[in-house]
Design a protein around this ligand. Structure first.
Ligand code: DAH
Length: 330
């Protein structure tokens, strides 16, 4: 009987130790614990036989049972901590970054020189308190010409110069048309900068494109004078081109009186960069403003021209051909 229990205990120990050693998950380990050491586990089953033992044998077998129990508990603990550590090591290995690995090349985009020129100009006017405004690219004769005080026989209205649409509308030839829309919808004081695409029936060459961009400036308020116009243009040119000499030349536009063109001295030459003037009283009347109360100034310039001067671009067509070798330089 004694040796029987002893053998059983020893067998249990061997079998359990082998099972624990080969166990590879925490869940499986817990199952083993319950099966060997649990209340209804194999060790308890064996110890049930203790009652039939001779009293003199009990302490020895009891002691042996305790040894087996402790050995198994220890084995389980050890295995548990081994498995935990292996799990941490595996996680660390999986999450390790090899910072010496070469990166994936992602080509970097560039802002198109026309857009960066527009952004730069608008930033300056926003800084001066101007609001950005926009208008349609398809216009009526009224907004593009008539309301802007352009007489019916003005050369700009010629079929040779303007894209007329079959329905009698046209593609706007300048952003000045935005002035009229904005004034119709708002009361003074007004300060707007209006960027946009314009269209003219020009034959394309190094300095002409049928589609191009302008930025229009308009300020209307009580008491605005030519001095305000000059000061505004001076600040704008300075921030755009740096501290370069500028000059105002008397000129003519149907929608401004007096009118001027502005030149900047750039790399030793005078370059014409924009048109401007005091808003003609007729234009103010056309939108229902009283020219006795309000005065205004306006200016307009070509974005391509500015971009070409700023970046020394020799041909306007480079701005449209999407040649990456060209665009990557900006
Ligand atoms: N609209 C003119 C053009 O297309 C540019 C211009 C000149 C706009 C004088 C203005 C201005 O607002 O006052 O050439």
């Amino acid at each position: 009987m004694t040796s029987d229990l002893e053998t059983q205990l020893q067998q249990l120990r061997q079998e359990a130790e082998a099972a624990i050693t080969s166990s590879d998950t925490l869940g499986n380990l817990e199952t083993l614990r319950v099966s060997y050491l649990g209340k209804k586990g194999q060790l308890s089953q064996i110890l049930k036989g203790m009652g039939k033992l001779d009293a003199s044998e009990r302490p020895r077998i009891g002691g042996l049972a305790n040894q087996v129990k402790e050995a198994l508990q220890q084995g389980l603990e050890q295995k548990k901590s081994d498995l935990n550590q292996a799990a941490i090591a595996a996680q660390l290995a999986a999450e390790t970054l090899d910072v010496t690995m070469p990166g994936t090349y992602v080509p970097q985009g560039h802002i198109h020189p026309l857009n960066s020129t527009i952004d730069k100009a608008l930033d300056i006017f926003v800084g001066l308190g101007y609001t950005i405004a926009q208008g349609p690219e398809m216009e009526t004769d009224y907004y593009n010409f008539e309301a802007l005080n352009t007489p019916p026989d003005h050369p700009a209205r010629d079929m040779q110069d303007t894209f007329y649409l079959p329905d009698g509308n046209l593609l706007r030839t300048h952003t000045s048309a935005v002035q009229i829309h904005y004034m119709e919808d708002h009361e003074p004081p007004i300060r707007i900068a209006a960027p946009g695409r314009c269209y003219r029936r020009d034959t394309e060459d190094a300095t002409h494109a049928a589609v191009f961009h302008q930025i229009e400036i308009l300020a209307v308020d009580k008491g605005l004078t030519f001095t305000d116009l000059k000061g505004t243009i001076k600040v704008f040119i300075e921030q755009m081109f740096g501290d370069v000499p500028i000059r105002f030349r008397a000129s003519y536009f149907p929608f401004t009186e007096p009118s001027a063109e502005v030149d900047v001295q750039w790399k030793g030459r005078w370059l014409e960069v924009l048109g401007c003037g005091m808003v003609d009283p007729n234009v103010l009347k056309n939108v229902g403003y009283d020219p006795e109360v309000y005065t205004g100034f306006a200016a307009g310039f070509g974005v391509e021209r500015f971009a070409m001067v700023l970046h020394q671009i020799d041909d306007i067509r480079r701005l449209y051909t999407s040649d990456l070798r060209f665009l990557r330089q900006f």
